[in-house]
Ligand binder design. Structure first.
Ligand code: FES
Length: 159
């Protein structure tokens, strides 16, 4: 189903695009706007971004597929992105992943049947100084332990 940007979003994009020498260079912020507005980057969202930016949907797809921060599948209400890069790995991210996989019965890339949680290991979230860390939607959770991870899941389940 085709999707269209709200007028306010188009205005926001025009302000952003004015900072770039060519409109196409604003493709990454356009994808952020699409993710914010539509919740994820579907094929239809890619077409809308292509129209907005002035390039082909294939060019949008090439960029969107490269970056893990753009969701190419509809995420759960709470999208758990666990960093698995070196600082977090050395500080216990494997333990955090095990808690998620066991407690929510999820494998990487999966969503719970009720649509509440989705889970994806990702590369460095730039929170290395407080490893291990994880992003839940737009919020960071740092210095995680197996216990704090279990507690967080329980808190999110109640919301
Ligand atoms: S290594 Fe995990 S946030 Fe950088």
């Amino acid at each position: 189903m085709a999707v269209t940007f709200k007028t306010e979003t188009i205005k926001e994009f025009e302000t952003i695009a004015a900072r770039y020498p060519v409109r196409r260079a604003a493709l990454l912020p356009a994808l952020w706007l699409a993710q914010k507005e539509f919740g994820w980057i579907s094929t239809d969202a890619m077409v809308a971004v292509a129209d907005l930016v002035g390039c082909s949907p294939m060019q949008v797809m090439e960029v969107a597929e490269f970056y893990t921060m753009y969701q190419k599948q509809k995420p759960g209400k709470y999208h758990l992105q666990v960093c698995q890069t070196i600082s977090c790995l050395l500080s216990g991210s494997e333990e955090i992943k095990k808690v998620i996989e066991k407690k929510l019965n999820l494998k990487p890339g999966e969503t719970t049947p009720d649509g509440k949680f989705s889970y994806q290991p990702v590369e460095c979230l730039a929170g290395c100084h407080k490893a291990p860390c994880m992003q839940v939607n737009d919020d960071y959770h740092e210095n995680l332990t197996a216990e704090s991870m279990e507690k967080l899941i329980e808190e999110l389940r109640k919301k």
